[in-house]
Design a protein around this ligand. Structure first.
Ligand code: NDP
Length: 347
């Protein structure tokens, strides 16, 4: 039985084998379970950029709790119950480890107390033939981030120009598709030509590789009417270029700034005054604040779009729990292509 341990606070990019280690642990699957306990077999692990923010000095406050050194890493997971002494989690139930509290271990013994806040039964994942990995991706936190951010913060109006950075990623590929369905002119950027080709096939009107040429020049070329809505995932130079090109009264959906996560000192934003002069609405949000009241509406609207094939979703699957640290580093380096998931076991 393997688990992913968090072993050290990284400086800069985390290092596999130093800051995170996959180690053996023991679990007795035959032993009698205390009342309320159950055992999960982990199927899928979600690897997400915010996990880098949890690898910090615990005295620094932030929206997601800091990981504890020498404890297993946690995040969103999909699992199946393989043994149970808890009537709410029956053998065969599919279970979603949510709010970043699913434990990264092949087999996990969970108490009723821990389960209350961390694990919810998701047997709907058996019903419609979608891959189980979708239940930590498009039908979970990243999907809701795209949907909520664009609708509730972007407040899009037909005909406007939407620009999406990290557009081939877990969140970005959905933002573009949702934007098209709302009648927006959708422009995206990504860090490789393959990613650029992919987002064009799923409906982005225009796309460019931001590593080639000047970002501001590309934005002026591909957004000839300026930018009305920017779905911000990157920060740094990308944000600076957007502030130069944005229209008056543009909205910035401030979702993330991944280019800054591994820097010891953040980069300056030179065009920050444009927020004032262009009367830009710059609106940050954390999806977990809204998940409990928004999830039902979101799942009802988005699940049929996936089932019918109206929305596409590309997933990047690493095989085996031992690949988890590497998969996180890949995401932080921009080497993932689609939603990064670790496939731990088959159902
Ligand atoms: P992605 O699947 O998009 O993976 C991250 C991508 O970011 C990489 O593939 C890479 O794509 C890009 N990237 C990495 N480093 C850089 C860099 N230095 N400069 C520019 N781009 C870089 O991740 P998610 O879709 O899960 O997350 C996207 C953003 O949304 C992140 O900022 C994340 O923190 C944020 N987020 C915020 C939430 C909230 O509640 N506010 C919830 C979920 C996510 P490329 O090849 O294009 O460079």
């Amino acid at each position: 039985n393997k688990r992913v341990l968090y072993t050290k606070i990284p400086t800069g990019f985390p290092v596999d084998g130093e800051d995170m280690k996959v180690v053996d642990s023991t679990i007795d699957l035959e032993a009698e379970l205390p009342k309320g306990n159950f055992i999960l077999k982990t199927l899928e692990i979600s690897v997400d950029p915010y996990m880098r923010g949890r690898m910090r000095d615990p005295s620094i406050e932030s929206y997601a709790p800091a990981f504890e050194v020498n404890k297993p890493m946690t995040g969103d997971t999909m699992s199946v119950v393989v043994k149970s002494n808890n009537p709410d989690y029956k053998v065969g139930d599919l279970v979603y480890g949510r709010t970043g509290q699913g434990i990264f271990e092949e087999y996990v013994q969970v108490s009723a107390e821990y389960a209350k806040h961390a694990y919810v039964v998701r047997n709907d994942a058996k019903e419609n033939g979608l891959p189980i990995s979708h239940y930590v991706g498009v039908l979970a936190m990243p999907g809701m981030t795209a949907y909520y951010g664009l609708n509730e913060i972007g407040k899009p109006k037909k005909g406007e120009t939407l620009y999406v950075s990290a557009a081939a990623g877990a969140v970005g590929q959905l933002v573009g598709q949702f934007g098209k369905a709302m009648g927006l002119h959708v422009v995206g950027s990504a860090g490789s030509d393959d990613k650029v080709d992919y987002i064009k096939t799923i409906g982005f009107d225009e796309a460019f590789n931001y590593k080639k040429g000047d970002i501001e020049e590309n934005l002026r070329k591909y957004c000839p009417n300026g930018i009305d809505i920017y779905f911000e995932s990157v920060g740094g130079k990308m944000l600076d270029a957007v502030l130069a090109v944005a229209n008056n009264f543009a909205r910035v959906i401030a979702c993330g700034m991944i280019s800054q996560y591994n820097l010891t000192k953040p980069e300056p934003i030179y065009n920050i005054m444009n927020i004032v002069s262009k009367r830009i609405k710059f609106d940050g949000f954390i999806i977990m604040d809204h998940a409990s009241h928004y999830e039902e509406k979101f799942l009802k609207e988005v699940t049929p779009l996936l089932v019918s094939g109206k929305v596409n979703y590309k997933t990047d699957i690493a095989e085996g729990i031992e690949k988890t640290p590497e998969a996180l580093i890949k995401v932080l380096r921009g080497e993932n292509f689609g939603k990064q998931v670790v496939h731990v076991a088959d159902l």
